[in-house]
Design a protein. Structure first.
Length: 149
């Protein structure tokens, strides 16, 4: 035990780095184990859109949304999602697909919706990049009559 204490005192930066990495790994493990949303591929997202009255929320900013988005997607930027939760309350029991540019902002939006009581929240893995480039699925380009919240 004395040797461990001596090591920690002599190599405090390494010990601190080990503690931080361990904390982050445990936090990630708990986040993954207890998350209340799922990730789906763009093809499974299309299947969900065809089977149910699924809504799609695009959490990108308006300029990115206008350049190309999923048909009938509602544009609500991630920064303003919390403000628009009351407008989305009617969809708490229906499946909700969340899209962003590459899939990173969608996870934050999914956490927000899950905390707000949405029961079926799904993140489109890879976001619009995977939708357009990998799977070559159709997008809608519009500058007028865009559906935003």
């Amino acid at each position: 035990m004395d040797r461990y204490i001596e090591f920690v005192l002599n190599h405090y930066m390494l010990s601190l780095a080990l503690a931080v990495v361990t904390y982050l790994l445990i936090q990630e493990l708990f986040d993954t184990a207890f998350k209340k949303y799922d990730s789906v591929s763009p093809l499974l997202a299309v299947a969900k859109m065809n089977d149910n009255d699924t809504i799609v929320i695009d959490v990108r900013d308006a300029p990115d949304y206008v350049l190309g988005h999923i048909e009938n997607a509602i544009n609500t930027p991630l920064g303003r999602l919390s403000e628009h939760l009351p407008e989305l309350d009617a969809h708490k029991k229906t499946p909700v697909l969340i899209a962003c540019q590459n899939g990173t902002r969608s996870a934050s939006a999914a956490k927000t919706l899950a905390k707000a009581g949405f029961e079926q929240v799904f993140v489109i893995a890879g976001g619009m990049l995977a939708w357009e480039t990998d799977y070559k699925l159709p997008i809608k380009i519009t500058s007028k009559n865009k559906k935003t919240l």
